[in-house]
Ligand binder design. Sequence first.
Ligand SMILES: *[C@@H]1O[C@H](CO)[C@@H](O)[C@H](O)[C@H]1NC(C)=O
Ligand SMILES: *[C@@H]1O[C@H](CO)[C@@H](O)[C@H](O)[C@H]1NC(C)=O
Ligand SMILES: *[C@@H]1O[C@H](CO)[C@@H](O)[C@H](O)[C@H]1NC(C)=O
Ligand SMILES: *[C@@H]1O[C@H](CO)[C@@H](O)[C@H](O)[C@H]1NC(C)=O
Ligand SMILES: *[C@@H]1O[C@H](CO)[C@@H](O)[C@H](O)[C@H]1NC(C)=O
Length: 281
Amino acid sequence: MAVINNYLGFAFVFLVFLGPFECSADICEQRGPCKCVYPNGTGVDLSPSVLPSGFYPVSYYKPTYNAAEVAKYELQTYYFHPCADVSLNVSVNSCNRPMTIYRESYTLNKTAGTGVGATFNLTSTNCEYLGDKADANFTSGNTGPAITFHNGPSTTTVLLICSDSASQLHTYNMDEPNAGILAFYSKDACLKQLEEPGRSFGSTLLIIFFSFVIFYLVLGVCTKKFLMGATGVEVIPNLGFWTDLPNLVKDGWAFAIRGFRLPTRGVGPVGPADPNSYDSI
Ligand SMILES: *[C@@H]1O[C@H](CO)[C@@H](O)[C@H](O)[C@H]1NC(C)=O
Ligand SMILES: *[C@@H]1O[C@H](CO)[C@@H](O)[C@H](O)[C@H]1NC(C)=O
Ligand SMILES: *[C@@H]1O[C@H](CO)[C@@H](O)[C@H](O)[C@H]1NC(C)=O
Ligand SMILES: *[C@@H]1O[C@H](CO)[C@@H](O)[C@H](O)[C@H]1NC(C)=O
Ligand SMILES: *[C@@H]1O[C@H](CO)[C@@H](O)[C@H](O)[C@H]1NC(C)=O
């Protein structure tokens, strides 16, 4: 019986004090290729950042050295066009279709000189499709929302980072050739109130709970007053339970903190002394 009391107390504590807080992880739920919304109705929408037909570019290069000590440079430019696909109208490699994100690569061999005076020979070019708007997949990382494009062996991630400046694409981490991480800095990546906040599971529970309490009180008062002829404070149903509630809440907290175990025998009172408290509910 003491266990039931402890659970009752804990249920009350949970519903009234903890229920309104979100227990679920905050996920920015995807709404289309460039918009996502958190449970509280805030989210990001990149559509104002769309350029009429151009892509946001970012270039990076990495030098590599082959066995013959020929310095070889790899220059890559990533192009990102949020929200919609754009066709380049070219038939270079896999870039011959509408795309939201793609990459151009150039391989250069250093032929002579050093520093700014160095000359290079372009040895190869490539253009790779990395994803279209149907591939856009929102994920929620610790930097906030991100869009991941998965295409064959490559996965390209675009972190969406709130910024005051005009929208810009940057590289973030290019250590893995097939898992490039880019960062899109934009004021459109800042959280805005996009929808009415959805009611959380906790507050829905709370509303149901209080509806029941009111229903139960009204029914109880009527029953006691008219059927049993109670007067004064006596009309409150299960008076013993309500007067004992502060104790139950206290026990409930203690019970939860102990990890849902009863106190060891002899330590403090176990359960309320008033038999009305639970038996009559
Ligand atoms: C909405 O939720 C997000 C994600 O948890 C949070 O970063 C943001 O501050 C919240 N906004 C408001 C107005 O509560
Ligand atoms: C590709 O061609 C279409 C139709 O002619 C045109 O609307 C579009 O702007 C072109 N794309 C680029 C990047 O030039
Ligand atoms: C460029 O360098 C690579 C080795 O890094 C070599 O295989 C290739 O033949 C070179 N190309 C030219 C045009 O020099
Ligand atoms: C650069 O490339 C061109 C043609 O690909 C070749 O004729 C020339 O010899 C190369 N120069 C060097 C220094 O390798
Ligand atoms: C999006 O990513 C999640 C988690 O990585 C994955 O489970 C899901 O299948 C992906 N959806 C699409 C459309 O690629």
